[in-house]
Design a protein around this ligand. Structure first.
Ligand code: MG
Length: 373
C-alpha cells in the first residue's frame, strides 16, 4: 500500500487507556497539592499502523473518548486530521468544549498526527515543517512541599548535570500566606543556580494584585527573577496586566487555555509577555499552532507547558517559540512509560528525526502496573 493509499484509509479504531503514576514524594504549589498524576493514552489505528497521544488529566477523559470522540472520527480518513478535529469539537457541543472534553480531544488529536506521520514514514517534526532544530527548555519543579536540601539537589541536577540554564520553582505558598518562605526559597535557588542561569517563579495564582507587585519587585531585586508566572489568577486579565506594568520580570500565563478564544482574550488584553500553551489541554497540535499564531500576531512569544515529549515536535514548527517547560513529574512519567523519550542536551530537546511520528512507543510491561482503566 502506498503512503497515499494509507492516508485515504478510514480510521480503524480509537482506543483509550488510563495510567496513574504516584509522585516520588508529596508535591504542592501555591494553590494545589497532589500525590499522583493521571495520563490518559489514546491509540489510533489505520493502514496497519498505530499512533499514540495523551493528555495529563482525569480518567473521565476515557468516557469522553469512547462515548463522543471515537464515533465522531470513525469515518474520517487517517490523513485528514483537521476534519477529525472539527468533528470532535462539534461532538462536544452539548457537554462543553472547555475542560475535560478539550483534554480528551487533545489526546485523540495528537494520536492522529502521530498516526499520519507513521503512515507517511516521516518524523512528526518533519511533517509539521521545522523552523528550528531544537527546543530550549527550562527545569521546572521546586515544589513548596520540598525542604531546602531537596530544592538544592533538584536545581543542581538541572543546571550542573543537565546544563539547563533556566530553572523555575513554585511560590505563592498557601495562597500567598508565606511570602517570607517564598522569598527565602527563591534566594536559595539563585545561590545554587549561579548568576548566569535564569531564575523563574510560578505563583499559580496564589497572590492578590498588590501583593504580587510587592513580591515581584522584591524577587527581581534580590534574586534577579526574569519570569513571574501567574502572579495572580490567570482569569484576572486586568490583574495580570497591572502586575505586568509594575514588575520588570516577564509575566506569563495560559496553561489553562482550552480553546482559541481564551488565548485571544489573553493576548487582546495584553495580559502576558509570553503566552503558555499546553498541547494536552488546548485541543492538540493544530490548536497549539493556531494559539501560537494568535500570539505571533501581536509579537508575543509562546512557551510550551509541560508534556515535553508531546511538545517537542510541534514546538520546533513555530517561529515565536521561547522555550518549553521541562516539568519534573512529566520527565519521570514519560521516561518510565515510553521508549524513545527525549533527554535534555545542553539545555534543549532535539526531536528525533530518524524515526516516524514522535518516535515514542509505550513500554507495555513497565506501564502495566500503573494501568488503572
Ligand atoms: Mg504554571
Amino acid at each position: 500500500m502506498s503512503a497515499r493509499d494509507g492516508l485515504a484509509t478510514p480510521l480503524e479504531g480509537v482506543a483509550c487507556e488510563v495510567y496513574t503514576v504516584p509522585t516520588d514524594q508529596p508535591e504542592g504549589d501555591g494553590t494545589f497539592a497532589w500525590d499522583k498524576t493521571t495520563l490518559v493514552l489514546v491509540r489510533a489505528r489505520a493502514g496497519g499502523r498505530e499512533g499514540i497521544g495523551w493528555t495529563y488529566a482525569t480518567s473521565a477523559c476515557k468516557a469522553v473518548v469512547e462515548d463522543l470522540l471515537a464515533p465522531a472520527v470513525e469515518h474520517v480518513d487517517a490523513g485528514n486530521v483537521p476534519r477529525a478535529l472539527e468533528a470532535m469539537v462539534r461532538a462536544c457541543r452539548n457537554v462543553g468544549r472547555v475542560g475535560i472534553a478539550s483534554c480528551a480531544i487533545s489526546a485523540v488529536e495528537t494520536a492522529l498526527w502521530d498516526l499520519k506521520a507513521r503512515l507517511l514514514d516521516v518524523p512528526l517534526a518533519g511533517l509539521f515543517g521545522p523552523c528550528r532544530d531544537e527546543v530550549p527548555i527550562y527545569g521546572s519543579g521546586g515544589f513548596t512541599t520540598y525542604d531546602d536540601a531537596t530544592t538544592r539537589r533538584q536545581v543542581e541536577t538541572w543546571v550542573s548535570d543537565w546544563e539547563i540554564p533556566r530553572v523555575k520553582i513554585k511560590i505563592g505558598e498557601s495562597w500567598g500566606a508565606r511570602p517570607e518562605r517564598d522569598i527565602a526559597r527563591t534566594r536559595l535557588v539563585r545561590a545554587v543556580a549561579g548568576q548566569s542561569a535564569e531564575v523563574f517563579v510560578d505563583a499559580n495564582g496564589g497572590y492578590g494584585r498588590k501583593q504580587a507587585v510587592r513580591i515581584g519587585r522584591q524577587l527581581r531585586e534580590e534574586a534577579g527573577i526574569s519570569w513571574f508566572e501567574e502572579p495572580v489568577s490567570s482569569d484576572d486579565l486586568q490583574g495580570l496586566r497591572e502586575v505586568r506594568d509594575q514588575v520588570d520580570a516577564d509575566i506569563a500565563a495560559g496553561e489553562y487555555g482550552f480553546d482559541l478564544p481564551y488565548f485571544a482574550r489573553m493576548i487582546e488584553q495584553e495580559a502576558v509577555d509570553c503566552l503558555q500553551v499546553d498541547v494536552t489541554r488546548c485541543g492538540g497540535y493544530l490548536e497549539w499552532q493556531r494559539a501560537a499564531a494568535v500570539a505571533r500576531s501581536r509579537s508575543v512569544d509562546v512557551s510550551g507547558h509541560c508534556a515535553p515529549n508531546l511538545h517537542a515536535h510541534v514546538a520546533v514548527s513555530v517561529p515565536n517559540l521561547r522555550h518549553l517547560e521541562y516539568f519534573h513529574d512529566h520527565h519521570r512519567i514519560e521516561h518510565l512509560l515510553f521508549d524513545g523519550a527525549l533527554s535534555p542536551r545542553r539545555g534543549a530537546l532535539r526531536p528525533a528525526m530518524d524515526a516516524p511520528g514522535h518516535g515514542l512507543a509505550l513500554k507495555d510491561r513497565d506501564a502495566a502496573p500503573f494501568r488503572t482503566a
